[in-house]
Design a binder for this molecule. Sequence first.
Ligand code: PHE
Length: 382
Amino acid sequence: MSAPNKSFDPVEVEALKPEEIARMRDEALAAFAAAGDLAALHEAKIAHTSDRSPLALANREIGALPPQAKVDVGKRVGGARGEVSRALKARQAELEAERDARVLVEEAVDVTLPTDRFTPGARHPLTTLSERIEDVFVAMGYEVAEGPEVEAEWFNFDALNFTPDHPARAMQDTFFVRATDGGGAEQDAERDAETGIVLRTHTSPVQVRSMLDREPPIYVVCPGRVYRTDELDATHTPVFHQVELLAIDEGLTMADLKGTLDHMVGALFGAGVRTRLRPNYFPFTEPSAEMDMQCYVCHGESVGNPDRPCRTCSSEGWIELGGCGMVNPRVLVACGIDPQKYSGFAFGFGIERMLMFRHNVEDMRDMVEGDVRFTRPFGMEI
Ligand code: PHE
């Protein structure tokens, strides 16, 4: 439609007649009223208000009308479009309200119903504590090493300088999978097939395996499950966990061992918590020591101070952690390492015990029963 056509008579234009406009409007209003839901209303909206709807097309014709007709028809079409758009809005609001009311009913949740969902589990604190300890050593460049739980007696005892008659080998301490008729010390790795088979009583056989597998310098941390023939009670379990450490290098001394222990304890219990060594005996270390850490709760202040008892260390000021020492040269020789050139240190301790005093767990049985009410409070440490 270009220039206005002055001689144009709007009455002659079918599409713009008042009754035509009213019909378009009524059709739109009827369509909106008939739309039963928002999707249907959307269809009706496209049909009656889009650029190609009858009223929009009629609106386009107005430009070509003479001035007076333009005013009259403009009012009529504009009025009709206004009504249509108001009706659309009103119907939209009505249908939305209906939908909201329906959703509220349909999707109502009865919060008083008992739940039938599984509550999520949690990682066992023995696993997370063990990983925490490993991390301290991995950060110092140590490698995590693991070995079998069903172990040759040679790795568990002989290579570690346990004499054949050592009491730890007795059936009442060790679970034998296959017993030998003695003579353990004469056996060697070549005769593995004839050695007894045990459930490992400590993670120390992983030291032996690590030394046989690698060339020094060797820095390994060995976490794992170990077995002893104890009855399950509040302070014993026949299956428990240890972390053991082995360092073999040129010129290592007790000072390196002590520094490493201090660092570990500081990293796990807070900077400045000290360790002390007390003489002890292990066949595989010489000299050997029992290691204690200063109580990280009372820092020794409960000792001789009945007004401030400490239940973490039973007011002793120190907490026993595990065993340690310089690797016995006989063990180095059994593992093919020259004791003239290399020395090493090792230490090992039980994770259950550490978990007990670190978190005030009073009964070891809680750790083995697998009840999530025990594990969940430790949180989701990754
Ligand atoms: N393996 C010893 C135990 O289970 C602990 C230990 C490890 C002691 C390393 C000294 C050195 O009791």
